[in-house]
Every structure is written in C-alpha cells, then in structure tokens.
Design a protein. Structure first.
Ligand SMILES: Cc1ncc(COP(=O)(O)O)c(C=O)c1O
Length: 359
C-alpha cells in the first residue's frame, strides 16, 4: 500500500524500513517463535535489545561514559517534573522561547522551585528565540533549561548554549543533526517525533549529578536508580524501545547524524525558498531567519479560507497533517528525519502551484 507524505508534528512519520523490520520482530524475534513484545524484559532477548539500544545511542551521538542513557515512560512532560525533582539543588534558569519551554517553567514553579526566566519572547507571540545577548543568567543556578527546537513555533537554537549545567528538551530535533551532548547535563527527547512511537522518552544524564538526588525521590523516578537498572525498575515499553533500536540502525545506514543534518537542511531549504520566493504571499511565522527550524516549518497564507483549501488540496495529493498548531494557525510542515527528500520537493512544488492558482 502506498504511503503518503505525513507532515504530522508527532506522533510522526517513521521510516518504512524501520516499520517493516519492527513488524517482523513483532511476529517473530530472531526465529524464536515469539515476538519481541511477547518476551520478558528480564530475559536475554530484551536484555540484548536494551544493550544494543544504549550502545547505538552512544555511538550515534559520540557520547562518552560520563553520561547514562535511559529509555523511560511518561513522555517529555514527565521530565519537566523529574529533572527538578532530581537535580534542582537551588534556583534554576530557564529560557522561555515557546510553548514547550513555557510549560517546563510552569511545572518547575508548581514544584516550588525558584525559577529565573532568563529571557522570554512571549511578548511577540514566540516568533523567535531571545538572542543570547538578551539572556540574564544567574550565577548560582542549579541548571539552565532550554528547548532546542520549539515544535509549535518553528524555531530552533542554531547552536546549543554553553553552560556548566545545561538541560535540553530536544524532543523535536533529537538526532536530526549532531548535538554537543557531552557538554550537557541532561538531554531529553520524547520519541514520537524523530525516534519511534509515543510512550518512550530518551534521556541522557551526566553521572556526576547523581549526588544531588535527594533521598526522598522514589526509586521509579530516581535517575541514578533508573540508570543502574538499565531503565528496568519496572516493565519498560519493550516494543517501543525495540522500534527505537531499528531507528538507530536506520540512522547509521543514512550516514549517521551528519548525513541526516545535510538531508534535513536540503528539505528545509526547499520549503523556505518556496516561502521567500512567493513575493510575500506565504509569510513565515519566525522573525529571525537564522533560527528557522529544520524540523517544523511554519507559515501563513493570506486568509483562513485559503489555508483550509491548502490543507484539503494537499491531502488529496498525498500530503497530510499540514494544519498549524491551534495557537499559531497557518500551516506547519513537520519534516522530521523520516520524511524523504521527495516529500519536501512535492510540498514545495505544491506551494508554488497553489499560489499560481489561487494567488
Ligand atoms: C519540544 C517538546 N517538548 C515536550 C513535548 C511533550 O512531549 P510528551 O507529549 O511526550 O510529554 C513535546 C511534544 O510535542 C515537544 O514538542
């Protein structure tokens, strides 16, 4: 059955090869007569899967033994609470650049932390990420939290900031380009954009943070205990983690993260050229061009009516899930790793044709 170009922001499109290999392992894992979702997480089959998933994560990212790799449940949202609970041994700094970092700040405040918003672009509807020159970092922060790609607003940090204790919500760009993970304290990413199905969040934790974890943190939420049990204090989402492993194998076949970065830039440029070349008919929602995301491309058409028509007609041509997030409106084309170059070419062409017809 032909697969459409799926521009969903998440859960999002996965590579067909990953789905095929995972479907095979779901029915029969390595010729054993049972599937990978049907065996104990305490057995040698799943142990092999988690070991390989950890090893491939490290090798794809070039991550050293300074950090642990965890595969947890609860999504990125759970980490909004879990990180403060584990490592906030004082006030925290946070860059509020969009809805997701705003949510992270809100949850930390609710947990009773003193939260210093180093800068916010809320006043301009998060049309950019505040530039480093505008940040007011505090000298005594337990850590500095940023969201490296704001999924809703379509902008990213061109480079991850330098900070002794940097915490990064990389959910919507994780493994789409090489990341300076070795100099980060904690990195987390919900899987359902670039890595696999919903239900798994990948977390990297620098081990020297463990002495900060208060004894009162229950084992199931204690990052050190979770690492020591290879994310298996309780039953992990075994099939979800297996799909991530297939994605890691696929990523290596694509030339690793540098290979993906080049392909993602090509895809993003096709769409940004279509916007910039439209004579103002399509307008990008991001005010600072260098910050435009290579994962979530956001733009508006001249009217609501044209936007609805655009979404409907694109779907008829096999390009689905293009409607923008409710607070931003317009169009959001999410072009994660799994979206092939042909998908971006088809959308760029459609944009030009649609403008010619309707403009
Ligand atoms: C940047 C970012 N952070 C956090 C989340 C929340 O993820 P989850 O729904 O897995 O908790 C999302 C989800 O879209 C996101 O895009």
């Amino acid at each position: 059955m032909p697969r459409v170009f799926n521009f969903s922001a998440g859960p999002a499109m996965l590579p067909t090869e990953v789905l095929e290999a995972s479907a095979k392992a779901l029915l029969d894992f390595q010729g054993k007569g049972f599937g990978i979702a049907e065996c104990s997480h305490r057995g040698k089959e799943f142990d092999g899967v988690i070991d390989e998933a950890i090893a491939r994560t490290k090798s794809l990212l070039g991550l050293g033994d300074t950090h642990d790799v965890l595969f947890l449940q609860g999504g990125a949202t759970a980490l909004f609470s879990q990180i403060p609970q584990n490592i906030a041994n004082g006030p925290i700094d946070i860059l509020v650049s969009g809805e997701w970092s705003q949510k992270a700040a809100k949850v930390a405040k609710e947990a009773g932390l003193k939260v210093n918003v180093v800068a916010t672009s809320e006043g301009t509807n998060f049309d950019r990420s505040p530039l480093p020159g505008e940040w007011k970092l505090s000298p005594d922060a337990a850590y500095f939290h940023v969201c490296s790609n704001e999924t809703v607003h379509g902008h990213r940090l061109t480079t991850w900031p330098e900070h002794a204790n940097l915490v990064v919500d990389a959910s919507s760009e994780f493994m789409s380009r090489p990341h300076p993970v070795n100099r980060a304290a904690v990195v987390y990413a919900g899987a359902q954009k670039n890595l696999g199905p919903a239900g798994v969040v990948l977390v990297l934790v620098r081990k020297d943070l463990y002495p900060r974890i208060p004894k009162s943190v229950p084992g199931l939420f204690n990052l050190q205990k979770l690492a020591e049990s290879k994310s298996m204090i309780n039953t992990p989402p075994t099939f979800g983690i297996y799909i991530l492993l297939e994605t890691f194998r696929w990523l290596e076949r694509q030339g690793g993260l540098a290979g993906l970065e080049a392909r993602n830039a090509e895809k993003a440029n096709l769409l940004y050229q279509a916007i910039d070349g439209s004579g103002g008919w399509y307008t990008g929602t991001v005010a600072v061009k260098e910050q435009r995301s290579h994962m979530n491309v956001t733009f508006r058409l001249p009217s609501e009516e044209l936007t609805d028509r655009f979404v409907k007609e694109a779907a008829l041509q096999g390009m689905v899930a293009l409607k923008g997030y409710r607070t931003v409106g317009g169009i959001r084309a999410s072009i994660y790793n799994a979206l092939p170059l042909e998908g971006a070419k088809a959308l760029a062409q459609f944009m030009k044709d649609f403008q010619k017809k309707a403009g």
